[in-house]
Ligand binder design. Structure first.
Ligand code: MLT
Ligand code: ZN
Length: 467
């Protein structure tokens, strides 16, 4: 199937009854209701780009179904008219995974936003794919629980999108990425059949683990419509501190020391120039006096700061390094802003090429030094707790992104830690997945979506010539 079948997306504006797309639009209108079929360019625009603005395309139309049955009807209509579908969550993606390439139908899950009752005894909740992380977390908080994944875009990022991209964020060190939070899910396959794997039993060895397969598949295998999420105990009190570190080895050593001292909820890395950038472009106060140390490690530790022995443990963790230790919640938020507002500050400087990579901890210092050599203007920060780095390239010459990713691959890392592959890196998957891996992925795609209806051009490298 080619995305050129309904290329351009302006057919919807043409005279009624003369255009082949009219039949599809009529079917979609019947499926979701006229108010939730967007064909007008102005109405579509917000659904046609990623958060950075680096990726944008034109859709034939946007549909906003209200429930699983409507998703089924949309997929059946699109299949009947050989028009591909791009599933879309909260629009916070950074690699163009939920952006049309030209002429697809964008399927927004935003109206599937129900949050079910929290199962307090079992520590879980069933939610619609369109529920935002913040909404689900609020509901969990009422019962002393939390979603195990947290990230800065929590107010817009949706659970379905986070599962589809296997989102990471700042709590991976404590609870793992999004796929580890998935107990079960409901998803619609390309042929309109519905996989209902919601129960999420603690043990279920009956064959292939389909929820795990769909987590991280970026809408290329099925459309996730509901998720049974594991919840984790909500920390009652935490200690947040920012620690100046001399180099990567020092920072990694402090993370290891913090782990030995107790539960580490987050271990994040920023650099002096990034902190100055956030100060200058997002108005966040400098957390330490100048001259800033080259690396700053933000740690969030579980446990009451006033607990006996805590002060001594913190003093030992800090040693003689410069440090800011949050005295209260407002202070903690200020320290977190130094890290979380990097994304926004980078964006104010231009449209970045955002690379999210994981490297083996032992290779991190070397990779960082090499990135500095080949991309001296890159803004680098990340989740040192799970050895992932965000390399933000501004005004990058062509090929620099690939150079950085090749470097990561050469050190045994991953070129897609938590943002997904999307359209940005589909052609580079082979850097860290060998031929057998890619062939297996293609076979799964063909089995579940033989006509290529779902999110074409994303995740998998283009088909080899002659296939
Ligand atoms: C983050 O860690 O802040 C997010 O992954 C977003 C980003 O990389 O800018
Ligand atoms: Zn991140």
């Amino acid at each position: 199937m080619s995305t050129e079948m309904s290329m351009g997306g302006t057919v919807a504006d043409g005279p009624r009854g003369t255009d082949p797309a009219d039949g599809l639009l009529a079917a979609l209108r019947a499926a979701v209701g006229p108010a939730h079929l967007l064909v007008d360019a102005g109405a579509r625009a917000a659904y046609e780009t990623d958060w950075t603005g680096r990726f944008a395309g034109t859709a034939l139309a946007v549909v906003r179904p209200a429930g699983t049955d409507e998703v089924v009807a949309v997929l059946r209509a699109c299949a009947a008219h050989a028009t591909p579908v791009v599933p879309r969550g909260g629009g916070t993606g950074l690699v163009g995974g939920a952006v049309p390439l030209g002429g697809e139908v964008v399927l927004s899950l935003e109206r599937l936003d129900h949050v079910g009752p929290v199962d307090v005894a079992g520590g879980s909740v069933v939610v619609g794919a369109g529920a935002t992380l913040a909404a689900v977390d609020r509901s969990a908080a009422d019962h002393g629980l939390a979603v195990g994944v947290d990230l800065a875009s929590r107010d817009s990022a949706t659970i379905g999108g986070m599962v589809a991209t296997d989102a990471g964020g700042v709590r991976v060190i404590a609870h793992g990425p999004m796929r580890r939070q998935v107990l079960g899910l409901e998803a619609v396959l390309a042929d309109g059949s519905v996989l209902r794997r919601i129960p999420g039993l603690a043990k279920d060895g009956t064959g292939y683990a389909l929820p795990e397969l769909l987590a991280g598949s970026e809408g290329t295998l099925a459309v996730v419509t509901a998720v049974h999420l594991r919840l984790v105990p909500r920390p009652v009190a935490t200690t947040v501190l920012l620690l100046g570190c001399a180099d990567v080895a020092d920072a990694l050593g402090r993370v290891a020391a913090a782990r030995r001292a107790g539960t580490v909820l987050a271990a994040e890395l920023v650099r002096d120039r990034g902190v100055r950038m956030v100060h200058q472009h997002a108005g966040v106060p400098l957390p330490l006096p100048e001259p800033l140390p080259p690396l700053l490690l933000l740690l969030e530790l579980d446990g009451d700061p006033d607990r006996a022995g805590r002060a001594d443990a913190l003093a030992a963790l800090v040693g003689d390094r410069p440090a800011a230790i949050a005295a209260d919640v407002a202070d903690a938020r200020r320290l977190w802003a130094v890290r979380e507002r990097h994304t926004e500050a980078v964006q104010r400087l231009g449209t970045p090429t955002k690379l999210d990579v994981t490297v083996p901890p032992a290779a991190m210092a070397e990779v960082l030094a090499e990135v500095d050599r080949i991309a001296p203007d890159a803004v680098v920060f990340g989740h040192i707790g799970d050895a992932s780095l965000h390399v933000n390239l501004l005004d990058a010459p062509p090929g620099l992104d690939e150079q950085v990713l090749r470097l990561v691959a050469a050190h045994g890392g991953s070129i897609a830690a938590e943002h997904g592959i999307g359209v940005a890196k589909a052609h580079l998957v082979h850097l860290t997945r060998d031929d057998a891996d890619v062939a297996a992925m293609r076979a799964v795609k063909r089995a579940l979506d033989p006509t290529g209806l779902l999110n074409p051009g994303k995740v998998l490298p283009p088909d080899p010539p002659g296939s």
